[in-house]
Design a protein around this ligand. Sequence first.
Ligand SMILES: [Fe+2]
Length: 446
Amino acid sequence: MSKFDQRGNPVSYGHQAAIDALDQAMDRLHAYQADPLAAVDQILVEHPDFAMAHAFRAGMLATATDKAFESELIRSLQAALALAPKANDRERMHIFATRAWLAGDWDQAVELWGRASIAWPRDLLALQLAHVGDFFLGHSHMLRDRVARVLPHWNAGVPGHGFVQGMYAFGLEESGDYEQAEARGRAAVAVNRQDGWAVHAVAHVMEMQGRAAEGATYLAEGVDGWAPNSLLAYHLWWHKALFHLDADDAPAALQMFDEKIVASGFVQALELVDGSSLLWRLSLLGHDAGDRWDSVSEKWQTRVDDAYYAFNDVHAMMAFVGTGNGAAQQRQIASAKRAAAGTGAVAMMSREIGVPGCEGFAAFGRGDYAQAIDWLLPLRGKANRFGGSHAQRDVISWTLTEAAIRLGDSALAEAFVAERLSWKPRSPVNLDWAVRAARLKPAPAP
Ligand SMILES: [Fe+2]
């Protein structure tokens, strides 16, 4: 007889206590609270034939976008595939989605998780993995619309309703509907102050609207809710550092790096991305990152041949430029080119964004600003193809603006300044670029 999880989704496994325990483990992932992996491992000790538990573990590890987790991912996936004949249709969709992800076909993986969330609209794990997949694929509107599809099946009485609101908030934000995004995000946080993704959605609204001081205060005020045991804390600290930077307070941003972001230990590629991104922005603004690049670059070097995800590769390149490591830069470009030769979404990302992105950042590091612009300018309109958020991808615009100014290209600098000021007219960073760009203009004829 079929059993059900806490949201009424069918589960093929016969032990209700194990299903309930898996619900608890999944809730940790939904809130990005430590440690869903430890929780599911504990379940699997006693229940090694629990297909959905293996599928959960595999899906979670896959969407970490980090080759460091690949051997564990394969172990879970193999266990899940062996149990697939006895699993139900929903569980098989989870298993096959993760198999597609591992094969580099992220589009197919997201489709399968997405189809599962349509067929079982209260399958919160399917929704979340598809949502995260949409994020890594840069499908901004699907971050919103995929969640909208299931909203009629949710209400405040269904466990996890707040997590759906938080995901919807982030999708609304990435789609530019800031007012509704903020309202939904704040509502989710009001229900659960530990809901890191909902806090994150509100922070993104403030980032996109240039509400730097307010954003830093918002994160500081909620820190006792979102920070303890949060798997997303490093990223929320990164957002706080961005707010400080945008409020012209580089020392506070550096402090965030030294006290909070480093504390992650840069165990995951996702943490390294934020480390690179912050130091790069600080360096662009002329602040000395000192030896901070070393720890980031060292960890990236262990992944230089992975070419696992183009977004990671471009951020690794920033660290190799930051440390002046020419050999690592060349290896990173070579590895991105190898990845680009493959098939599927991962190869497409390397081909279209990863390779030119790595080349462009390397050129910037050599002081070859004209070539950096040639590589990076065409990416401005399509960088969403390698995923991430608008706020993360803004590092490309930062780099182009600085390159144009350093090159002395008045027209290009002026164009970028106009673009940046159109959405953040009071940002001290943008205003400083405006002053420097204006100085490039030739003096009017007497
Ligand atoms: Fe973010």
